[in-house]
Design a protein around this ligand. Structure first.
Ligand code: NAD
Length: 332
């Protein structure tokens, strides 16, 4: 089994080379993304392994199929970047890592919230430069405030439980509510409008689908409390960035902590510090003192990387065995 890995970095290589000692597949790492321009590079592979910003649209999937690549391994849980219907038609099997470390993402979410609300990045820069003044660093206490969790799957639940332990009230919204879990923890499911109106902090944890694209838009932003802070560690396109920037400029909301961004594909995971960034919206976001951005880093722990590598290679093993596939997105 020869597998081509796309959009890889040193941390991917380290984790997969370690995990592959057991499986001994022939693997090759590419630092560029899989998309329409690069798809011909998959010639000769039996499978390709991709991440969140590789593009597996109709053209790419059919070209892969023509070249005999019949297995796509997503080394992530979300699959919004794959045209699943076309994969079915092209007889390509898509497998993913549905769960690797929801704790890693949840902990980063809470870290972002604390860092933004307590102005820790500003304080860090100040003290490094010998400035020990506290002027302008006043934060807000989380205890006693209300957090709204939009999407109560694996990650949303952990975020809710962590923030509850801080003494926050927890409001929830999900299309498939887990009432037993909510009852056990003293949390309340509300409708989406109430979540927007009543929350001091809102954290997004639903997947990106046609229904959830721009779920945070000019209309929903109008409903938020002026002191509301948005946190998004799920997928960038859950938020209409243009509407967010307008809301921040008008001081309609108090801030945003973002690990994902609608147009992250062009910039995230790469060093652009020596280059010109052409995305004016991203640059505008970076100018707000009440916006904190990390570049899709929430998953990045040693533990999560090891789990991703082990599950991905176990997916290949299952595929080769030909039995039931645990982590199938769709079977050819
Ligand atoms: P999950 O499937 O366990 O939970 C998703 C929840 O969203 C489910 O409860 C589902 O019912 C709910 N949902 C679906 N559609 C909805 C809608 N229209 N409105 C409200 N809720 C809706 O997923 P998870 O493991 O908790 O992951 C959540 C998301 O986090 C993933 O979709 C992925 O995009 C993102 N993620 C980000 C990173 C990162 O590094 N930043 C890493 C892993 C996952």
């Amino acid at each position: 089994m020869k597998i081509g890995f796309y959009d890889t970095h040193s941390y991917d290589k380290d984790a997969f080379l370690k995990a592959n000692k057991q499986y001994k597949y022939e693997i090759e790492f590419m630092d560029f993304k899989l998309n329409e321009k690069t798809v011909n590079s998959a010639e000769g592979y039996d499978a390709v392994c991709v991440f969140v910003n590789d593009v597996l649209n109709k053209k790419v999937l059919w070209r892969l199929s023509e070249m005999g690549v019949k297995l796509v391994l997503l080394r992530c849980s979300g699959y919004n970047n794959v045209d699943i219907e076309e994969a079915e038609k092209a007889e390509i099997t898509i497998m993913r890592v549905p769960m690797y470390s929801p704790h890693a993402v949840a902990e980063h979410t809470v870290g972002l919230l604390l860092a933004l609300v307590r102005k820790i990045p500003q304080a860090y820069i100040r003290t490094r430069g010998g400035n020990f003044s506290l002027e302008g660093l006043t934060g807000r206490t989380l205890f006693g405030r209300t957090v709204g969790i939009l999407g109560t799957g694996k990650i949303g639940k952990i975020v809710a439980e962590i923030l509850s332990s801080f003494g926050m009230s927890v409001l929830l919204y999900d299309v498939l509510p887990d009432y037993n879990w909510a009852l056990k923890n003293g949390f309340t499911y509300v409708n989406l409008k109430d979540l927007y109106i009543k929350s001091d902090f809102i954290s997004l944890h639903c997947p990106l689908t046609s229904e959830t694209k721009h779920i945070i838009n000019s209309g929903s932003l109008m409903l938020l409390k002026p002191n509301c802070v948005l946190i998004n560690t799920s997928r960038g396109a859950l938020i209409d960035t243009d509407a967010l920037v307008k809301a921040l400029k008008k001081k309609r909301i108090a801030g945003a902590a973002l690990d994902v961004y609608e147009e992250e594909n062009n910039y995230f995971f790469k060093d652009w510090s020596e280059d010109i960034i052409g995305d004016d919206m991203l640059i505008r976001l970076l100018t707000f003192p009440n916006v904190l951005i990390t570049s899709h880093q929430a998953f990045l722990t040693e533990d999560a990387l090891a789990a991703i590598a082990n599950t991905t290679l176990e997916n290949v093993y299952q595929y080769k065995q030909g039995g039931t596939l645990d982590n199938l997105v769709w079977i050819a």
